[in-house]
Write a protein that binds this ligand. Sequence first.
Ligand SMILES: [Zn+2]
Ligand SMILES: [Zn+2]
Length: 466
Amino acid sequence: MQGSRLTFFGGVGKSGGVQVLYGKGKQAVLFDFGVEHSSLLFPKQVTLCEPVGATPGRELRQFLLAGMTAPLTELYDPDALKGLDAAKVRRRVWNDADFPRYDDIRLFIGHMHTDHMAVLPYARPDLPVYMSHDSHSLFRGMVAGRHSADTKARITVCDDLSVIDFGEFSMQIVEMDHNATGAAGLILDDGIHKIAYTGDWRRQGKHPERIDRFIELCRARQVDLLITEGTRLASDPSSEVSGQMPEAELLSRFSEIVGEADGLVILQMSPRDLERMADMIAIAAAQGRKIAMDASHAAIWHAANREGLRILKDHPALDTALRIVEPTVAEGDFFPYETISLEEMAERKGEYIYFYKFPDLAHLIELETLGEAPGPSHFIQSDYSVKIDQADVAKFLQTFGIVGHSLSNGGHAHPEALSDMIERIAPQAVITLHSRYPDSQNTRGIPAYRPTKGETAAVSSIVERR
Ligand SMILES: [Zn+2]
Ligand SMILES: [Zn+2]
């Protein structure tokens, strides 16, 4: 009887796109189902202005032929494959590699960033998919806000720390902290070896206690192999990587900016970090600001909260009224909120904060030119892919004398935090994925294993090399 094996389809030597197949006997789980950043194509993503995207209707074919997703046709919706031949993909893209075969493959999606979930809309109908409760709520929000197409897969919503028994192995869901609401990692156990997967994580977020809990769980279970992300590792391991502001400090700076502003406050943030959105809504409301919001952001907020985001239970932002900015409403949109026109907002700039979405900069022409304000407007960029020095944003800020602020702390662990986690868990071996520079990882003496893309390795051979 063969022990468990790992096959690495994505996330090797690249940022994002972790796709690892863990299997034993006839059963397997593929963890995460997105595509790498900076591959040939970017999945349709609303936070980037003009990504080189896949051809609408042919996305899955192009992801498969670009080697951006696992060549396991049983995972995919035949309608999306449109007759693409699996053998051809394996021959042309994966050098005819002989991948392990399993009768029962299920998915785990750790969080709702595109590089971890972009392929979900193309999953085979009724394919079993596991995710955390809040990841599922956010996904419903993303579908409502048109950030993602829906899926025909069969989603099982998992409680924090719940254990799914596959038969050949078990999988425990462990919620983490990352700038996507609901982010979770895993502990896999086949009765012989235990593997922990962090997903994307950070220590500077609002819930460092969750990271400590993950470490304690891994120590208590004596995890043999740790698979962590390493996004922030630099090409030169000796180079100083700047520290990251804790979330509490970021929020208090936000509060100061809003408190001191006399004019309009414009905020650009990620609507997949709904806890920060909630905190910023509550802080701005407490400072006497009314909340105006882009319609797609409001759709995510409303639909995710209708599902009952656990992390926002009893949060004061849930009772705060929103006003949807009129020109962002698309036909067929329905919200239980009032709308506000640009003219009304321009007349009362000092009363509003606008949760805005790039590239709606043209709104600023009207907002800045009409009405009066006792002071300049403030533009806050908070962990969003379009920064304040982006050419168009910079041009608008300069033209209208808008004060720009950058309030970001990133979603990923600092190299020191990575090393600290590895040392404390003290596994037999560590694998760093989701990183351009995995060799820069200081593992504090723990043996590192460097898989290659497309490689299949027995777990025993990885952990018993010493
Ligand atoms: Zn990622
Ligand atoms: Zn992420």
